[in-house]
Design a protein around this ligand. Structure first.
Ligand SMILES: [Mg+2]
Length: 257
């Protein structure tokens, strides 16, 4: 294939800009936070461009439905940020999906107790707790000095709760069902007829996206890393605005803000 596959982790931050999106040939997989919208100080404080849902819907149509939003957020939350976009959507790193059967069935038992423990720890340490359908996240963006303490607590809690694993993210530690990941979600999505014969392209910004960026390369497509930091992706875009411009260029239109 003409695209670079997975690159070493030393791949420079000035990695080349991606080739144009081709709606007739590509399948588009998009992370949400940090990729389509800017990261905010709190996860509930993101600013979603007003035309984003309609633009995604139009792009999905242009790609004959071969487009999915793949996020760590819970599915209801994600859907709430994208009203009017009825396309494929994967939430909770693959534990929930819209438009297909999720790769994971029911949550492991122990979810309620795990969520109680996370909420209590957050309250005692002045952290932000984000409850998710299949787990929960501790955000320390506003208390970065608590990073080590949060990591240790998350590791202990995962060790005590069978079926759950730690998912590190930007300024957050999340507990999610073990075995769930975005690359597994993409593998499941990839079996849908709508993607047949297409070239996968995944866009993501976080460490949680690396397996999915790698997956796109191994399937003959390519990954696009958003922002700075080591990545296995062959291409890079600087920020969500650049992502939205890159997507809009495929349709020959300008997306608003
Ligand atoms: Mg992200």
């Amino acid at each position: 294939m003409p695209y670079p596959n997975a690159m070493p982790s030393t791949y420079p931050s000035e990695a080349s800009a991606p080739p144009p999106l081709d709606c007739a040939r590509h399948a588009v997989f998009l992370d949400f936070d940090g990729t389509l919208v800017e990261i905010a100080p709190r996860p509930d404080a993101i600013l979603v461009p007003t035309d984003l849902p309609a633009r995604l819907a139009a792009l999905s149509d242009a790609c004959a439905g071969a487009l999915a939003v793949v996020s760590g957020r819970s599915l209801p939350e994600l859907a709430g940020y994208l009203p009017g976009f009825a396309g494929l959507m994967v939430g909770s790193h693959g534990a929930e999906a819209r438009g297909m059967a999720p790769p994971l069935g029911d949550s492991p038992s122990g979810l309620a107790m795990l969520q109680n423990d996370l909420a209590a720890f957050a309250a005692s340490k002045g952290l932000l707790y984000e409850e998710k359908t299949h787990g929960g996240a501790l955000h320390y963006r506003q208390r970065p000095e608590a990073a080590d303490e949060v990591a240790a607590f998350a590791a202990d809690l995962a060790a005590q709760t069978p079926g759950f694993a730690v998912q590190p993210a930007k300024m957050a530690m999340e507990l999610r069902p073990a075995g769930v990941s975005k690359d597994r979600a993409l593998s499941a999505l990839w079996a849908l007829p709508v993607f047949a014969g297409r070239i996968p392209v995944f866009l993501g910004d976080d460490t949680t996206d690396e397996p999915a960026l790698d997956w796109a390369g191994t399937q003959g497509g390519f990954g696009i890393k958003i922002g700075t930091g080591d990545s296995c992706a062959g291409y890079r875009l600087p920020d969500p605005e650049a992502v939205r411009d890159w997507l809009a260029a495929a349709q020959g239109v300008s997306w608003g803000v």
